[in-house]
Design a protein around this ligand. Sequence first.
Ligand code: ADP
Length: 581
Amino acid sequence: MDPKNSRFSTQISHLALDIGGTLIKLVYFSPNGDNCEDGSIVVGNGCSVVQGRLCFAKFETRKIDDCLDFIRFNILQHSGVQHTNGTARDKLSVKATGGGAFKFADLFKEKLGIVFDKEDEMHSLVCGVNFLLKTVPREAFTYLDGQKEFVQIDHNDLYPYLLVNIGSGVSMIKVDGDGKYERISGTSLGGGTFLGLGKLLTKCKSFDELLELSHQGNNRVIDMLVGDIYGGTDYSKIGLSSTAIASSFGKAISDGKELEDYQPEDVARSLLRMISNNIGQIAYLNALRFGLKRIFFGGFFIRGLEYTMDTISVAVHFWSRGEAKAMFLRHEGFLGALGAFTSYKDQSHSTELKPHHHTVERAVLKCSDDDSFRHIPVTANVNDGEAIEFRRLETTVATSPRILHRNQVYHSSFVEEEGITKACGCPLLPLKSHIKGPAPVSEQDRTDIVDEAITFFRANVFFTNFPIKSPADKLLIYLTFYINVALKRLEGCRTLAVGTKAIINLGLEDIPVPGETGFPFPGLFSLPSSQEEADLFRNYLKQVREETSGRLLSVAYRANGTPNKWWLAFAKRKFINVVLL
Ligand code: ADP
């Protein structure tokens, strides 16, 4: 195997997707296999233990292209399974669950060469919850009166319980054991209803905006309370306080107001309260129906939002008269994806995404209490005698590909110097380029330094130190810097056409060489010994920059000409200013 590929293939070993009606959830294992210095690879009892982490990411299903790009650029490329021109070489099989595993199977096959190994949605949800409850300490908690309390779960006394998954719609599942479950109820008034109605009623654009609105609102402005009907007093005979909601949105009947007369904040608040209350109540009734004392709530609707959890808890507490408890899960949104991920356990795989034969074993090493980071270490065993130890399972919802940040830079593979002309100590490496210049022409199907610079950019740009292993690394540093500069120019260019103009303007600027004002890395290259050498290097830099610009435009913008945020987000990064020689 190409050594470059084998290096990458240690990066990602499993990927599981849960493609729902609103969101796509990704879970993947990234062993830091090259992290030997700190003892992360341990050999003992004939077992090799590899440190790694479970990573989490989510995307809106309607923006599935972002998800495809994320997988293409951050997972496939890092696992060495793609040609540099982006076409898939092999068909990869990954675990997938949710309705989208069916709906989008062809799309993933066509665009990424990924074939879905489908897992049943309910089964995955239950597996995900059981995995978390048995493996991860401080996973489940109650939330009442502003107090969050972690619940110690006795593994021998876990079942039966009710799982209420609040996604776009709501599923209620009675769980009696590993693999023993039944979907007993559900409601179509779920997270999708909140978001859909919320968008219509408040004109907000996103879930986060709607949550923010609801945070600032007051539901009493629109909800009809018991006190509104009873002249401010409780209806104590049947246990209803004056502040209980008698009718969600009920005040709108007699207020004589139009929608525009209400604050969107208050509308959002009432809506959130209505949906949460209703789910809490239906959940309790189902728990009552089957005599279940524990109710776990999951799904991305909750989003750890205190007001939502409080409302659900109050509803369960109220209707059960304190008998039943609402419990929440820290990994609420990734239950199905985690369940699909754990289903890798009993199987052997031979694709490059799964270079070893892994079994997820449910054992926890240690767990940080830091709630904001939620580090949850678990171990995973390997069928073939190796053991993989996840030192951490980190709940990080990826907002950028930074999730894949490594602790070592990627070096250039062009270490062979024989027959390569140099200028200022820089190898003038061949390019797959039709642009005029001094670079030798590389074969079209071979990786060149520009491919490397673009492929490695989003990993290498995070480093402040770049240990140089070969002269080609110097060129890689220069191009990484240049890509960073070019991305800054593209920031704010909302279309490919505008971006192209900005890049053309960048190309018109002077290109300094070592020793001249403005050369970015004094000392990185040697000074030219003659005017010819200076001109040769300048012309090479001009050619390689132009080639890089062209290829950068094709990744920084989508086929329809809109910006790709997974690239343009990197405009904000500042690449190294220190180079270790
Ligand atoms: P599904 O699998 O049906 O997509 P999820 O568990 O992913 O269900 O939850 C989807 C719900 O989560 C949405 O209907 C919405 O209420 C809520 N939600 C949370 N975060 C977001 C977000 N960033 N974008 C859209 N919806 C979100």
